[in-house]
Write a protein that binds this ligand. Structure first.
Ligand SMILES: [Zn+2]
Length: 313
């Protein structure tokens, strides 16, 4: 596997392919990708806020030479992957239909973050922290100009780039970006590397299938949504983690164990060492919702309160 240092900014990962890293890759600190092909540049995910998007655009222009940024892909509707779209206005901006619907719903409006949590809660403190870390001065939502469902191909500069919808999994409309000629997959938040994944949408079986889809492409390099560059072994590890959580949680559900008790009793083994291990609670809530759609489910705020209160990372 290629060795790419995990440092803030742009790193080359393969011929014509670059990753933009935001270490340590924790809440809201996501990666972007850049593909330079002939006279065109494709950008994958546009960062979480205005300064980061501006820095990403400057870096893309620096490696582009005379090539022009023409195309943007948003892998899904979490803000850290599309809030920077306003810096790329005028480009083709592509996402799945389901992701566009999520962007329009704007579950976490960055201009009204603190309203999403009750004062005094851990969630409220976390939302306030986000308003301090990320800068939304002059921000406004810029949505994709094109959508697809299933799969589609774009050809910036004549290079074939495949867009594959693998969601609903992490979110309702996850897509991955495959550059076959370079052996690179930009995986969005299907792949968290060296931290714990989180399942907002599910089903988790689809999340596992998405890992299998990436492995079947046999990429040399996988740029995760969060964390350092990965190889297939990291995706197998992630798949095995999700399979373990799904199997355990399904057994607890069948036995009538309340989800919070099931969470308190889960043995994560070595996976407990992954940062943000408490995210497993949200994934377990997604599995309970999947298995018992008629039963009352934890709200986003209720689940996040527990995830964040237990987050030791
Ligand atoms: Zn993300």
């Amino acid at each position: 596997m290629v060795s790419v240092p995990y440092l803030r900014g742009l790193s080359r990962v393969a011929e014509g392919c670059y990753a933009w890293f935001e270490p340590p890759g924790s809440w809201g600190l996501s990666n972007s990708g850049i593909v330079v092909a002939g006279d065109e540049v494709l950008v994958i995910d546009t960062q979480n806020d205005v300064p980061r998007a501006r820095a990403l655009r400057a870096a893309a222009r620096a490696v582009a030479g005379s090539a022009e940024i023409t195309t943007v892909v948003n892998t899904h509707d979490d803000g850290d992957h599309w809030f920077g779209n306003l810096l790329f206005e005028g480009c083709r901006i592509i996402a799945t239909e389901a992701s566009l619907a999520g962007m329009r719903a704007l579950r976490m409006n960055p201009l009204r973050l603190e309203e999403l949590g009750e004062p005094g809660t851990t969630l409220h403190g976390w939302l306030r922290w986000r308003t301090e870390v990320f800068d939304y001065e002059s921000w406004r939502p810029v949505h994709p100009t094109e959508t697809f469902a299933g799969s589609t191909t774009v050809k910036p500069g004549g290079t074939t780039v495949e867009l594959l919808q693998v969601g609903p999994a992490h979110t309702a409309g996850d897509a991955i970006v495959h550059v076959p000629s370079a052996g690179v997959v930009f995986a969005g938040d299907i792949v968290f590397h060296r931290s714990t994944p989180i399942t907002w949408a599910g089903p988790v079986s689809n999340y596992i299938a998405a890992c299998e889809t990436i492995l079947a492409l046999d990429p040399a390099v996988i740029v995760p949504g969060h964390g350092p560059v990965a190889g297939p072994a990291a995706v197998r590890d992630l798949r095995d983690y999700l399979s373990m959580v799904l199997e355990y949680t399904s057994r607890q559900f069948a036995a009538g164990v309340p989800v919070e008790r099931a969470y308190r009793e889960i043995d994560l083994g070595a996976y407990r060492l992954w940062p943000h291990a408490s995210r497993v609670f949200q994934t377990m809530c997604a599995i309970y919702a999947e298995l018992g759609p008629a039963q009352p489910r934890k709200s986003w705020a209720e689940a996040m309160e527990i995830v964040l209160a237990d987050d030791q990372s």
